[in-house]
Design a protein around this ligand. Structure first.
Ligand code: ATP
Ligand code: MG
Length: 195
């Protein structure tokens, strides 16, 4: 049976409950077999401005986050591919690895707002249905020529940026991030958590 697969790409620096709640709810709403939390190798739209945690460490956190969650998997195709990560390439890889699969690209409003700045976004729209979920700010409307839909998920105003600040300031991250991810952060001494 061909699979229905959701590609949920991100930097995941670190992965948090907003990502997990989104992934499990989109999976349920669209009856997906799998949602792949795909760890960007070099997120080229983000490389300026701050130091990004090593891709393998971000992958370790995502793997820990999804370990006990049915239907969610951590993806490392973009890390294995190397170089900058482009969703168009990742969808091509997923299509090759899963013949006949129906593909969905899951994005929050902030990511959807910049969709037409993505490399080969027309190819992304051709290869997959875009699935947009709410994030703070205006809900995005995409052009009708793209096949896209909005899925309602519990709206959690949690971001990796806020979490990095919390670790930096020593404020609690409890309940915003899951315990298996916290354990990885502690053992790898990420975000100055051991200082
Ligand atoms: P940062 O603050 O570093 O940008 P982030 O929290 O936005 O991190 P990303 O890795 O940039 O996380 O996001 C990956 C994907 O997850 C994007 O499509 C983004 O819109 C979505 N996303 C992030 N946080 C949430 C959330 N709280 N609810 C729903 N979607 C989210
Ligand atoms: Mg973001």
């Amino acid at each position: 049976m061909p699979l229905r697969i959701g590609l949920f790409g991100g930097t995941f620096d670190p992965p948090h409950v907003g990502h997990l709640v989104t992934a499990v709810n989109v999976r349920h709403a669209l009856n997906l077999d799998l949602v792949v939390l795909m760890v960007a190798n070099v997120p080229w739209q983000k490389i300026e401005g701050r130091r990004i945690t090593a891709a393998e460490h971000r992958y370790a956190m995502v793997a820990a986050a999804v370990a006990d969650v049915p239907g969610l998997v951590a993806g490392r195709d973009e890390i294995d591919h190397g170089g900058p990560s482009y969703t168009a390439d990742t969808l091509a890889t997923l299509a090759l690895d899963n013949p006949g699969a129906t593909l969905f690209t899951i994005v929050g409003d902030d990511a959807a707002a910049g969709f037409e700045t993505w490399d080969r976004y027309e190819e992304v729209a051709k290869r997959s249905t875009l699935v947009v979920v709410d994030r703070p700010g205006e809900p995005v409307t995409l052009p009708e020529r793209f096949s896209w839909e909005r899925v309602e998920v519990p709206r959690l105003d949690v971001s990796s940026t806020d979490l990095r600040l919390r670790f930096h300031d020593g404020r609690p991250a409890d309940f915003l991030i899951t315990d298996p991810v916290l354990a990885v952060i502690e053992s790898l001494e990420l975000y100055g958590a051991a200082e």
